[in-house]
Design a protein around this ligand. Structure first.
Ligand SMILES: CC(C)(COP(=O)(O)OP(=O)(O)OC[C@H]1O[C@@H](n2cnc3c(N)ncnc32)[C@H](O)[C@@H]1OP(=O)(O)O)[C@@H](O)C(=O)NCCC(=O)NCCS
Length: 164
């Protein structure tokens, strides 16, 4: 996993932005263009610069093939959200779970964030099962940190539920 760079935009397009089956569950709801993927990469880079964390390009350790993007996004109005999108060909191999856990480790152990939220559209069963597996987990006996899963529409609630 490496922070997304501008040079990842073609890979991001092939794996995520150009895939209807992936994008239907994300904010725009449908596949988009290569230029949209470039703009998203610029946005990811700016987010890393501003916050010191963000989305990662997840690549196969052996082949370096781009598998998807997973990471933390600061939403000013409600907190930090854990998001993931995996290439259709790479889904079902536990990639979102493994990369998501690494992001939670970053969030709680290194960044000491108080909470992380995962917003999932109703009906997205593949997605909700990933963070749901972590909800009961606390990251340390003295830490109040927790991952909370919110099933919601495209607009997150102004005030997310309290940590579980
Ligand atoms: C959600 C997503 C990130 C999961 O990534 P993944 O690496 O495939 O996750 P996993 O391999 O850990 O599988 C998670 C669950 O989804 C199921 N799953 C994976 N791919 C699936 C598919 N194409 N269709 C249906 N279920 C699928 C798995 O069986 C698993 O279920 P289980 O926990 O009950 O066994 C991936 O499916 C994806 O990118 N979806 C489109 C974008 C999206 O929904 N992003 C999240 C927005 S909140």
């Amino acid at each position: 996993m490496e922070p997304i760079r501008r040079g990842d935009s073609d890979d991001l397009f092939e794996a995520v932005v150009g895939q209807d089956s992936v994008m239907r569950w994300l904010a725009t709801g449908r596949a988009d263009s290569r230029s949209a993927a470039r703009a998203m990469c610029d946005d990811h880079v700016a987010h890393w610069t501003r916050h010191g964390y963000g989305d990662f390009a997840v690549r196969d350790a052996a082949t370096h093939a781009f598998l998807g993007r997973v990471g933390l996004r600061n939403r000013a109005e409600y907190g930090v959200d854990l998001g993931f999108a995996v290439h259709p060909r790479a889904q079902g191999r536990g990639i979102a779970g493994e990369a998501g856990r690494a992001c939670l480790d970053l969030a709680f152990r290194r960044l000491s964030l108080p909470a992380v939220f995962a917003f999932v559209l109703p009906g997205n069963t593949a997605s909700i099962s990933v963070p749901s597996a972590w909800v009961p987990r606390r990251t340390g006996p003295s830490s109040p940190a927790a991952c909370t899963v919110c099933t919601t529409g495209l607009t997150p609630p102004a005030r997310p539920p309290r940590n579980m």
